[in-house]
Design a protein around this ligand. Sequence first.
Ligand code: BEZ
Ligand code: MG
Length: 576
Amino acid sequence: MTSKFNSSERDARVMRLCEELMEIEQRLIPTGLHIFGSAGELKEKESVLRMVASFDRPELGARALAGLIADALGIDCYEELLRETPTSETRELVDGIVSEAVERFCEGGAEMAASWLNLAAGVKAEKSLPTFSLLASISKQLDSNNEIESLVRALRGEYIEPGPGADIVQNPLVLPTGRNTHAVNPYSVPSQVAFSRAKLTAEALLRRYMDEHGRYPRALALVLWGLDNIKTQGEGVAQALWLLGVRPVRDALNRVTEIEVIPLEELKRPRIDVVMTVSGIFRDLFAPTMTLLDKAVRRVATLDEPLDLNHVRRNISESMTESAVEFDEAVTRVFSNAPGNYGTNVNFMVMDSQWETEATLGDLFVTRKCFAYTRDSKGRTVEGHEARHLMDDALSRVEATYQNLDSFEVGITDVDHYFEYLGGISKAVETRTKSRPAIYLGDSLSPQTKIRSLRETVRLETRAKTLNPKWYEGMLKHGFRGVAEIENHIANTFGWSATADAVEPWIYTEISKTFVLDPIMFNRLLEMNPHSARSLTNRLLEAHTRGYWNPDEEIVEKLRDIVGHTNDRLEGVGAL
Ligand code: BEZ
Ligand code: MG
């Protein structure tokens, strides 16, 4: 058989395929729900510990195991090597040793793992012991669980010890669970580490846009959430500052209240305009940070720089001439809900199928989020003044939208909040610019910064979770709730069709085959949770009727029959 590719094209394709497979394999895949009050299982613990051991933690004197192994084996510049060729044999070698070291640690403890690593890779025990000691303390805390005891103490009105709120891999000090989660001091945000990481992520984002469009975007819309800025000490905030071309400055009390402009010669690119929609939680937690962001945009807008190197200034002067608004209005870039309100409601509209045209979803987003947090012409603080025309105007210049993923456990199809925010704003931009923006997500999870398009992320999540037997069998162990989680994933996937047309049709086909058209599987779902079994089948039909998926008529008929039978069954037990 002759191939339509020549051999180097074929090699490049095989390599890309291999990289994609590795990426799925390397994801940490949650294998079930957390059960309040109980400790996790051994296999799960091993995966978490391997992830924990993949980060350098200078504050704890512990290095990443992979780095220690690479050093001992004399592999130069391991980090750069990973960035350039994620699928090399070297990586396989190092990963293999890391996995075995963690496995041995779980079997025999820190000392044994350290001496094994010395024999296997020549890593001196005194170098690896701080890392294994960290794993030992995490492992002990994962084996115990005080959640029920703490809940009972809370119900008695007794004192609950505080603990930081974060992702376990990013900050193992979140353990033990069952404590009173505290957030951050908003004046400490962004931290220096967050700013350094943000530079890498924001530059990778611009590089990706540049590769696809041949130029920088004039304006980006960013979604900022409270919890992920707590977890990352403000990486999202720092990305916005870096895109604008400013850095945070601390005052005499070590509070981040000022910014400093980075000269264009140092920045080596134009300043990018950023439209920030912040969640209600962010607004409540980070008032001084919102002031900082507003200040940064104002400062950049008044810099005496060429318009093609300062998109903020260019966009604002265009608004002032085209929309006849004053500078103080045109410069508004920080938007959120009205005071006391939360969320976009786009998720509820999608879940309840209460929409006719997709544009309604973007409009709802703007209706909920068009409250300006800024200053007026007299310098007085404006907190949540309705400014729909200003948000419409700012969005009408946006060319790309972006949000960070900040947790190993919660991805874009696990909850409806990612599509209500990133999907909602992307649809709002699309209807205002008459063109779909480039939509990206950043992975602030791994030591290597990674930018993916929304479509890539949907594919990755679908393969790593929804269609992965390891994930769905883990869910099915939870019976009723597990089936509801599978249904949620399918509905959230659908949310990405409705808001951004980001779901390739094969995804719906495979979901149908896996969960509905396989009679054994469907019966399992039906036994455990007939309501969710019916809803997920209806959602697949909705994907078809709304034009996101066009399977053979035979499949559609089968799905309809199945809904019919399920209705009969539910009516039979009086559950409708
Ligand atoms: C937040 O952290 O701001 C957030 C969390 C969940 C949904 C929406 C926002
Ligand atoms: Mg929720």
